[in-house]
Design a protein around this ligand. Structure first.
Ligand code: 3MF
Ligand code: MG
Length: 364
């Protein structure tokens, strides 16, 4: 029998946030980057996810040499704490030159900025000690359909991916699809789109996907099925587990908070397909809710990690023989009911003990 997977967890420094939203300011004071790094191990996390400027502040104002020096220093800060850099993502949605998008901007000089910045991100990743680059294509979309040529946009995204692959023969690109927000519609909304781009690239073996629960839900899709699709292509490089209560702004709720059963199914698909056995991290892209007090700024991370591990236990204790029988009998109604009982941690025998139910069972 193969050993059970020991899961490793990761998050990014932005996941310890201060509660600002479009309607109000911060409600907690920021912790320094070093303070955040000090928390990883005690909270049960080993992997650190970065935006390029999480690692190297003011990256656009520094020379290539300065960027490399700073990134090496951060790499040392990680090593000192027993932490692993998981990936670096170019933050292509903040600068004035990315107002109309990065790779798909209508301005050639802005597109050039986006590419230059992405190559700089690869330098940061190399110095930090990871080959992995995440592309969350934040503004690669439009608010007004007629303002951009969607067909050209796909070519431009592909050109950027290819230029990155050619710039560094070791780097790996993980596309994190999201269907909307901040743009109206994004050009790479689902994992299917991301992997189609991967196969068209100059080196498909180095391009794969990162699936975020909330992003799949916003696309109207089941996150576990999206994960299964990527796993079937051996292209699930990482995950951003969280939760999302319907079609709203991107909520980044704690994992399992809105739909425990969907969370169970994500864990099920990961566990059944050996996700994590080759070192893949369980990433949690969860946000502290605005009402949290300062000293509880990390509870959402701890809770999400615990929920994941409880659900691993639920997957491992699922009655496989019963499942096999019910599927063979095509009794999906009972499979549904068994799944709910299993998640509730109850069995049918416990029902008569509930007052009122006793009356009910006697009367029928
Ligand atoms: C946006 C996201 C982002 C990305 C991050 C890394 C704030 O919806 O999920 O997190 O995950 O920028 O690519
Ligand atoms: Mg994310």
């Amino acid at each position: 029998m193969t050993q059970p997977t020991t899961y490793r967890f990761s998050f990014g420094p932005w996941n310890i946030s201060e509660g600002a939203d479009p309607f109000g300011p911060m409600v907690r004071t920021p912790y320094s980057f070093e303070e955040k790094l000090d928390w990883y191990r005690p909270l049960g996390f080993e992997g650190v996810q970065f935006h390029d400027d999480d690692a190297v502040e003011n990256i656009d104002d520094l020379s290539a040499g300065q960027v490399a020096t700073k990134a090496r220093q951060v790499g040392k800060m990680l090593a000192d704490r027993g932490l692993t850099p998981e990936f670096v993502a170019p933050r292509l949605w903040f600068d004035a030159r990315t107002v109309d998008g990065g790779y798909t901007s209508n301005s050639p000089s802005d597109r050039q900025y986006a590419l230059d910045r992405s190559l700089r991100t690869i330098d940061v990743a190399r110095e930090l000690g990871t080959p992995n680059i995440v592309l969350w294509l934040a503004r690669e979309g439009s608010y007004i359909r007629e303002s951009k040529n969607a067909r050209a946009a796909y070519d431009r995204i592909l050109d950027a991916v290819n230029a990155m692959l050619e710039y560094d023969k070791e780097c790996r690109i993980w596309i994190e699809p999201k269907p909307n927000e901040p743009t109206d519609h994004a050009y790479v909304p689902t994992i299917g789109h991301a992997l189609a781009l991967a196969y068209r690239s100059v080196d498909p073996s180095r391009v794969s996907g990162l699936i975020e629960t909330a992003h799949a839900i916003l696309a109207g899709l089941d996150p576990s099925d999206e994960m299964a699709f990527a796993l079937a292509h051996d292209k699930l490089a990482s995950v951003h587990l969280n939760d999302q209560n319907g079609l709203k702004y991107d909520q980044d709720k704690s994992f399992g908070s809105a739909n425990l059963r969907a969370a169970f199914n994500q864990v099920r698909v990961l566990e059944e397909n050996g996700y994590g056995r080759r070192g893949e991290f369980v990433g949690l892209d969860v946000k502290a809710i605005r009402t949290q007090k300062q000293d509880k700024s990390t509870a959402h991370l701890v809770n999400s990690r615990k929920t994941f591990l409880h659900l691993v236990e639920k997957v491992r204790t699922f009655d496989r023989e019963l499942e096999r029988q019910l599927i063979a009998d095509r009794d999906y109604e009972e499979l549904d009911a068994y799944t709910l009982r299993h998640l509730l941690g109850v069995n049918d025998e416990s029902l008569p003990a509930i007052e009122g139910q006793r009356e009910f069972s006697r009367s029928v």
